[in-house]
Design a protein around this ligand. Structure first.
Ligand SMILES: Cc1cc2nc3c(=O)[nH]c(=O)nc-3n(C[C@H](O)[C@H](O)[C@H](O)COP(=O)(O)OP(=O)(O)OC[C@H]3O[C@@H](n4cnc5c(N)ncnc54)[C@H](O)[C@@H]3O)c2cc1C
Length: 552
């Protein structure tokens, strides 16, 4: 497979030489660095690469060029290299034009010239852009191979785990790809052994559990120390923010995540209201950045492990891990968020993971190419997923119980949904049944006004109907409300559970009924259910951990 291309476009020989040299010195081993000195020349290069099906990862173009501006060139470049990241090199005077291009042509970043020193001003940007490109183009860079049935729930779980842990993989459908059969025969595998996961220079796993898969990939699945300053349960935005704060402030920090870092935010194709990212960023990108940041500060990540119990042992707070093991710490932060609520409709349970999905693996959205897809839900999460799927599906039908989306969805999303030509919204409608032989083949929809039902053919149903916390594992000492949300701080002090607080001092803001146990993010009663607030609470909980540790 040919190396992906980075194309530089600049008519000024000095600037052209400088950007080409700087990019080549950092990325030359993994990418072909190609140089063009005008817009038309760059477009000719891109045409040739497209004909050879040779991937283009990044185009870095100067804005001021005589025949064609950088923005005009990048706009036309999209036709030849739709996935390439677009970087504009500008002078300060062109900043407004560059910002406008973020919306107009999907510009990924603009960089003010000169970019010296490149370690500070160029590489952080290009590292991010190329990292994102590699994530989105796994099949062009990947080595791990997965062989399985398209409609197998286990195959789906494996692909989801790999995608959400940013492990590039190539997928082989046993019913469609001759190569899949060849690999299965080579591995002497039977149908029951699928999915197969072929790790480069490693094992071939037969229908692996998540834990086996994580171990084979070299991810950490157990804690290294006997005692930590702080243990964080849950690797969503709140947990990751707590890990970054804890580790950067010198606390020995471990974070336990049962699945993959990112939490619910990892399902979001574009978070547009998070400070500092005017173009929006995907939840998976946010998670990857946070994970790298937490690791850089020395936080330990334990993946693919479910926390199933909690014990207060004198001053020690211990969590029990599913299967075996436990982690002890001087303070605990519960950041376990919420999990999707199940849609109660006949026949759906047996089809979950086989056409019926809770949450969406965005990287797999392209599998819906040309199909009719149904999305159930009325909040932003359903709206975002509908928009993402509409790029691939023939039609997306958003099924909504209420008569309007105005009260439940942000206006900017609603406007995009109503103006998308292939998204239909069916109000006052619910899914009452699903059917299919081995995978989803059809749904029954009911009109809530008339009671009339209608059968529709579809192989895809994505459900986003709210979520609830799963906090049973905390046991009886940590007070929750009747839905399972953890009660903290002032709410605890003001509630009829106040007597369960054991100390003369009042509980700190995010502290639960057990001193030294804090809750942050969506799992907390009355939390805001936003990425920004989860991140804020995660960071704040560490500040409160410091205050707590000073009291013991
Ligand atoms: C599709 C979608 C789109 C969204 N879009 C936006 C948006 O655009 N803007 C915005 O502000 N918000 C958005 N949200 C909401 C936002 O993602 C959440 O508010 C945020 O993720 C909450 O973070 P959290 O860390 O509290 O919990 P979560 O994100 O729920 O993370 C909790 C983590 O804990 C782990 N966990 C749970 N139990 C255990 C256990 N027992 N042991 C180990 N690990 C455990 C879970 O696997 C999970 O990774 C969206 C949500 C969804 C679903």
């Amino acid at each position: 497979m040919s190396k992906p291309t980075i194309l530089t476009v600049d008519d000024d020989p000095l600037v052209s030489a400088a950007i080409t040299r700087d990019l080549a010195s950092r990325y030359g081993a993994d990418y072909r660095i190609v140089r063009a000195t005008s817009g038309p020349e760059a477009l000719a290069v891109l045409t040739k690469l497209a004909l050879r099906d040779s991937p283009v990862a990044l185009i870095a173009a100067d804005q001021r060029m005589p025949e064609m501006t950088g923005i005009e060139m990048l706009e036309q470049a999209r036709a030849h290299a739709p996935d390439a990241k677009l970087l504009l090199l500008t002078a300060y005077a062109d900043t407004d034009v560059a910002i406008k291009a973020i919306n107009d042509i999907g510009l990924d970043y603009y960089l003010l010239k000169p970019w010296d020193p490149p370690d500070e001003r160029l590489y952080p940007v290009t590292d991010d852009l190329l990292g994102d490109w590699r994530q989105a183009n796994r099949e062009r860079t990947s080595e791990v191979r997965v062989v399985g049935h398209r409609w197998s729930d286990r195959s789906h779980a494996v692909k989801m785990f790999l995608a959400r842990n940013h492990v590039p993989y190539r997928w082989y459908d046993i019913e469609r790809d001759a190569e899949a059969e060849r690999l299965r025969d080579l591995a002497h595998a039977e149908s029951a052994d699928l999915p197969l996961v072929l790790i480069p220079d490693g094992d071939t796993l037969h229908s692996p559990s998540t834990l086996d898969l994580a171990s084979a990939l070299g991810l950490h699945t157990s804690a290294q120390q006997p005692l930590y300053d702080v243990c964080i349960v849950g690797g969503g935005p709140a947990g990751l923010a707590a890990a970054v704060s804890g580790a950067s402030e010198g606390l020995s920090t471990v974070i336990v995540e049962r699945d993959a870092p990112g939490g619910q935010a990892g399902h979001s194709a574009s978070i547009e209201n998070y400070l500092g990212f005017p173009k929006g960023l995907s939840g998976s990108d946010l998670a990857q950045r946070a994970l790298a940041q937490a690791s850089r500060f020395g936080a330990e990540m334990v993946l693919a492990r479910d926390v199933v119990g909690f014990e207060a042992r004198g001053p020690v707070r211990a969590v029990l891990i599913d299967g075996s093991g436990e982690i002890e710490a001087r303070a605990l932060i519960v950041a376990t968020g919420v999990s999707y609520r199940r849609l109660e409709a006949e026949g759906l349970d047996e089809l979950t993971g086989r056409g019926v999905y809770y949450g969406a693996n965005i990287s797999e959205a392209s599998q819906c190419q040309g199909d009719d897809v149904y999305v159930v839900g009325a909040a932003n999460s359903a709206g975002q997923v509908a928009l993402t799927l509409s790029r691939f599906a023939r039609q997306v039908v958003l099924v909504v119980r209420g008569a309007t989306l105005l009260d439940t969805m942000s206006l900017y999303l609603l406007e995009r949904i109503t103006s998308a030509p292939n998204i239909a919204v069916r109000y006052r409608t619910e899914v009452v049944a699903g059917r299919g032989d081995g995978h989803l083949e059809g749904l029954t929809l009911a009109d809530r006004n008339t009671g009339r039902t209608e059968d529709v053919a579809s192989s895809w149903l994505f459900v986003f109907i709210g979520a609830s916390p799963r906090t049973d594992w905390l046991g009886p000492d940590v007070v929750r409300d009747d839905k399972g949300f953890v009660v903290t701080g002032q709410e605890l002090a003001a509630s009829h559970h106040a007597h369960r607080w054991p100390l003369p001092r009042a509980p700190f803001a995010l502290e639960t009924s057990v001193p030294g146990v804090f809750a942050a993010g969506d799992v907390r009663l009355d939390s805001m259910k936003r990425v920004a607030s989860a991140v804020g609470e995660g960071a704040m909980s560490v500040y409160l951990v410091h205050r707590y540790l000073a009291t013991i």
